[in-house]
Design a protein around this ligand. Structure first.
Ligand SMILES: NC(=O)c1ccc[n+]([C@@H]2O[C@H](COP(=O)([O-])OP(=O)(O)OC[C@H]3O[C@@H](n4cnc5c(N)ncnc54)[C@H](O)[C@@H]3O)[C@@H](O)[C@H]2O)c1
Length: 340
């Protein structure tokens, strides 16, 4: 019989791409995991339900301690009840309205999940004396910054999308809470995460779908874009290690001017890849050539992202390791298996 004595972690966005992997990481590391998700319809709900089924099977097989609640993080009363009942030691907030382009169409869903929802999380962590809150920020906070690589010390006052503005707000809100209530908080700026079970609204899934259906793929800014693609397993390892390292006032901290108990780190591979090179690797992995349509830059998008990985490495002795070729192959194999 497995022992589950490492403590408990509440993970929001548990049915999401990153959340579902993080849940499994904590389960196999001996934690009780409390998952929260409202399973909204921003993208294919059946994919979210399959991720949850997968976690359930994994837990039953290994006798892991897994609880799931279908709740909206905006619902403070219901969330408060869960905190009271489960008394989590750690909280990881991944629930958010994601997506840069959708924030032009539906800004209010970002206000609800990312601002109201996140303020509930901060308040609940404070009142229930959670040991450490970790939350998802994003590389998009760097906005129009064109000093590469992006460092946590750079200014983040030029968001190019409303999504980015809500993530910058999250960092400000977290800073104030950690300062006032001495709540240890870590914010993680994820850089374009890809891999198996990925998000259907993101480029790798859109491209794979179109390539296999022999439909043309649309390439914005005429291909003059690069992204610091980061494989899911690296994001999970970094997030897990950051969660276990609770900031304390005595730690040496070099990244930025945040409150003493609020740390912010990039989690990105530190190896930006040109969009056209990414597509070529995907074509090779799927053994099909894509037909391409080139278009202008989309509003809200940034041309390039590139993470400095030094601060993360200094903090948890880890930096992302998976090469783009290895990652794209793993993603393509999963895609073929899942969708065909
Ligand atoms: N995937 C990336 O490349 C990337 C990059 C930067 C930042 N992020 C951030 O990381 C986090 C996780 O991203 P992901 O790629 O796994 O996205 P995802 O959309 O797959 O997962 C988010 C999950 O949160 C749930 N959710 C949304 N609003 C909710 C609410 N109000 N209450 C309860 N549940 C809610 C959704 O149903 C979804 O299952 C998000 O905060 C996102 O902004 C992701």
């Amino acid at each position: 019989m497995m022992m589950h004595n490492n403590g408990s972690v509440l993970i929001t966005g548990a049915a999401g791409f990153i959340g579902s992997f993080l849940v499994k990481k904590f389960l196999r590391s001996g934690y009780q995991v409390i998952g929260i998700d409202n399973i909204n319809s921003y993208y294919d709900e059946s994919l979210k339900l399959k991720r949850l089924e997968n976690i359930k099977e994994y837990s039953i097989k290994n006798n892991f301690n897994w609880l799931f609640y279908k709740i909206n993080i905006e619902d403070k009363n219901h969330m408060s009840q869960i905190f009271l009942e489960t008394k989590p030691q750690f909280v990881v907030n991944l629930a958010a309205q994601a997506g840069v382009r959708y924030s032009i169409i539906n800004p209010s869903s970002y206000v609800k999940s990312n601002l109201l929802g996140f303020s509930n999380i901060l308040e609940l962590c404070q009142t229930h004396e959670v040991r450490h809150l970790v939350y998802a920020s994003s590389s998009s906070v760097y906005g129009a910054n064109n000093k590469y690589p992006f460092s946590e010390r750079d200014k983040i006052d030029t968001p190019l999308s409303f999504y980015a503005a809500t993530k910058i707000s999250n960092e400000m809100m977290a800073n104030a809470y950690s300062n006032i209530y001495k709540l240890p908080i870590t914010g993680l700026r994820f850089f374009t995460v890809y891999g198996p079970w990925g998000r259907p609204d993101m480029a790798p899934m859109i491209f794979a779908d179109k390539i296999l259906k022999k439909k043309p793929i649309t390439i914005f800014n005429h291909g003059n874009m690069s992204r610091d693609f980061t494989f899911i397993s690296d994001i999970i390892e970094g997030t897990y290690l950051c969660c276990l390292k609770v900031p304390s006032p005595n730690d040496e901290y070099k990244s930025g001017k945040a409150s003493i108990l609020h740390r912010i780190f990039n989690i990105g591979s530190g190896n930006p890849v040109k969009l056209l090179d990414f597509i070529e690797l995907l074509e090779e992995a799927l053994s099909i050539k894509a037909s391409k349509v080139f278009e202008n830059m989309q509003p809200g998008d940034v041309e390039s992202t590139y993470a400095s990985t030094q601060n993360l490495q200094d903090w948890i002795s880890f930096r992302p390791l998976v090469t783009i070729k290895e990652g794209v192959n793993k993603f393509a194999n999963w895609y073929l298996d899942y969708y065909q």
